[in-house]
Ligand binder design. Sequence first.
Ligand code: NAG
Ligand code: NAG
Ligand code: NAG
Ligand code: NAG
Ligand code: NAG
Length: 470
Amino acid sequence: MSAAFLFAPFFGIVAHAAVVHYPPASSTINNFTFSLDGSGSPGIFSSSATPDKLYGEYNWCNMPHVRDREYKTPSKDFVLQYVEVIQRHHKRTPYGSNTFFKEDVTWNCVGEGVLSGLKTSRGPGSDAADIQWQASTNPFNPWTTTVGPGFVGSTCQFPQITGEGLGDAITHGTDLRGVYAKRLGLGSRFDPSTSQIRVTNNVITSQVASGLVKGLFPQSTGIEVFVQAPAFDSLEPTYPCNKANSLKTTITTGNANWTNHLSASADLYAKLDSISGIATQDTGGWHVSFDHYYDNMSAKQCHAKTLPCNLNDTSSCVTQDMANTVYRLGNWEYSHQYRDAPESAQYSALKYGAWMLELKGHLQAKMNKSSKLKYVHNIGHDGSVSPLLGFLQISNMVWPGMGAEVVFELYEKSKQRDSEFFIRVLWGGQPMETSTPLGVLDMVPINNFFAYIDSMVGSGSELLAACNSN
Ligand SMILES: *[C@@H]1O[C@H](CO)[C@@H](O)[C@H](O)[C@H]1NC(C)=O
Ligand SMILES: *[C@@H]1O[C@H](CO)[C@@H](O)[C@H](O)[C@H]1NC(C)=O
Ligand SMILES: *[C@@H]1O[C@H](CO)[C@@H](O)[C@H](O)[C@H]1NC(C)=O
Ligand SMILES: *[C@@H]1O[C@H](CO)[C@@H](O)[C@H](O)[C@H]1NC(C)=O
Ligand SMILES: *[C@@H]1O[C@H](CO)[C@@H](O)[C@H](O)[C@H]1NC(C)=O
């Protein structure tokens, strides 16, 4: 049965959402027994480098992306017209929001300060100085030590992209340039009439843009990037959606598999808490998911730092086995929230529906020749890429690591008179396998793809109403 037939009720009439959840494939990632009691890490967690022969494997520190070496060029009948990329930012320091984990590992960012400041395109402000922020503490300020030891001895912003993460962003841009500059005719200077870059309100995405632009448009130094206000940003995303919030509760605290995974992990939590000094009944979110422990350990390991030890007893440290178990459980959590839970498709549809409507608009505008854009690049978060993967109902969900990338390629195939459009969606550089009737997203007729989007999200006003329901 063709995908067009399955979505046929949605053709020709006003778009109307009717979300169907297609469960993911079974793997070690969504096998809870294996996640808790199995062994090994679910990929590379120790370095940004993936050996060429393993490229495409999960690397939390630097996920695989489109590169010349692995890129599959379709037959000459298909002409590439438009590319839209969305990626997670590159590797960074941990977040500073919870400072109770007494750190014995410091972060050095001397000479790697975040850029701030202002320029104008007119008048003497056009070459105003670039200003970098250098994080500092002063022992005469008594609050310095109360906010948490994580800040003392470190010279980074928490969070900021590290020097190594910036290097990964440059390589990412260079690799994309290697594939797309010649195919789309992109110059070495950023041209806003054919290319756009978009970031979120979280400055770490602009830090990645600094590196990306250096690799992608090597002749450009200062450029403007797009950002939407937090009240409606679809990329991060931060637009309000009550229904998505209540579905998230249904999927987590209201779901037996979720609550069981936390209680079944009590022994592991007890070991980690005794090392970190975090209270079992903490209010900082360390015990509602493995997110905080995962992020804290993986950020260190990706930068070749040691796993943390107890500050009072430096012989009591997190072992690699404990860290690997946290990494397996973290991936299980993402698969559960975005793919395995029955409500995950509807949740993802609401969470990422606005960005998908924008993507559809870009593709349509290209097809009807009202847009000259050839290349659009979005820099977001794991909270962006995850609901996108949930929306597309990827077969094998993972926690999208640093730099994780999805690419939408629009192709035109000319017949004698009319032309037809097709879409290819690349995840980690290769066509994405989904559990939907669309199957592998490799040259899917564009109307089938649009019909799928419509079935998930409907029209913009329908999305607004769905978000405001309950
Ligand atoms: C899940 O993993 C466990 C432990 O490795 C294994 O015994 C079991 O067969 C797996 N279940 C499935 C459905 O693959
Ligand atoms: C990791 O620990 C540091 C230092 O206590 C803390 O600032 C940071 O918030 C932690 N990371 C996360 C993701 O909670
Ligand atoms: C829990 O997981 C099992 C198997 O993975 C699944 O059959 C069941 O429907 C899930 N239950 C809930 C409430 O998600
Ligand atoms: C270290 O010992 C002090 C005093 O007993 C205690 O308050 C603190 O929580 C301990 N820190 C850790 C990380 O266990
Ligand atoms: C082309 O498509 C865009 C996006 O859907 C739409 O806004 C625009 O009105 C269309 N223009 C024409 C000439 O059909």
